[in-house]
Design a protein. Structure first.
Lengths: 112, 116
């Protein structure tokens, strides 16, 4: 069964303390891995799409990387405004058009 | 990025009544829209996929007669929760894509439904 697992479930960091979030996936053929940020009571906000192993993308303090089995979201010198739930999702070949399978997310809290 | 607008953001309704939630793509034509449900501290669960002008495809376990989806135009899809009950209380989120392929999905702001 296709699966997306995120770890840790929750992460508390001090401002400036860099760390990484993990997203492990098992799909028959990856057609894109997506990272989103979700604030409480809001819909997910798109961050990155990765398509192939070795690919990396950056945006401000965030950097996403991809291997054949997992993706990491690296947060460098985080600030309190980076506090949110970070979701990853995968799209697979052979599945319904554009259907995404989501992980349960990592709740990040950055303390000043 | 593309903008998807969802309305209302919050709604409280009485048990047994129906509630309609709208999802609009504001700056692109959405050939496909998706409806998700999210329970507290859980991830998004896909309820159904709707393509403009055709019937929605529902995920296993989702009652099509209870969650009516209409996608009559390339910019609007609606989800109607019929005969709502307290267990239908949840956070409903729509997303839209502009076509096939590896397009990222853009999400609405979500609708918090509370059935009392």
């Amino acid at each position: 069964e296709d699966q997306v697992t995120q770890s840790p479930e929750a992460l508390r960091l001090q401002e400036g303390e860099s760390s990484s979030l993990n997203c492990s996936y098992t799909v028959s053929g990856l057609r894109g891995l997506f990272w989103y940020r979700q604030d409480p009571g809001k819909g997910p906000e798109f961050l990155f799409t990765l398509y192939s192993a070795g690919e990396e993308k950056e945006k401000e303090r965030l950097k996403a990387t991809l291997t054949k089995k997992e993706s990491f979201l690296h947060i460098t010198a985080p600030k309190p405004e980076d506090s949110a739930t970070y979701l990853c999702a995968v799209r697979e070949y052979g599945g319904a058009t554009n259907k995404l399978i989501f992980g349960t997310g990592t709740l990040l809290a950055v303390q000043p | 990025g593309a903008v998807v607008s969802q309305h209302p953001s919050r709604v409280i309704c009485k048990s047994g009544t129906s509630v309609k939630i709208e999802c609009r793509s504001l700056d692109f034509q959405a050939t496909t829209m998706f409806w998700y449900r999210q329970f507290p501290k859980q991830s998004l669960m896909l309820m159904a996929t709707s393509n403009e002008g055709s019937k929605a495809t529902y995920e296993q376990g989702v009652e099509k007669d209870k969650f009516l989806i209409n996608h009559a135009s390339l910019t609007l899809s609606t989800l109607t929760v019929t005969s709502a009950h307290p267990e239908d209380s949840s956070f409903y989120i729509c997303s839209a894509g502009s076509g096939t392929g590896n397009t990222e999905a853009f999400f609405g702001q979500g609708t918090r439904l509370t059935v009392v």
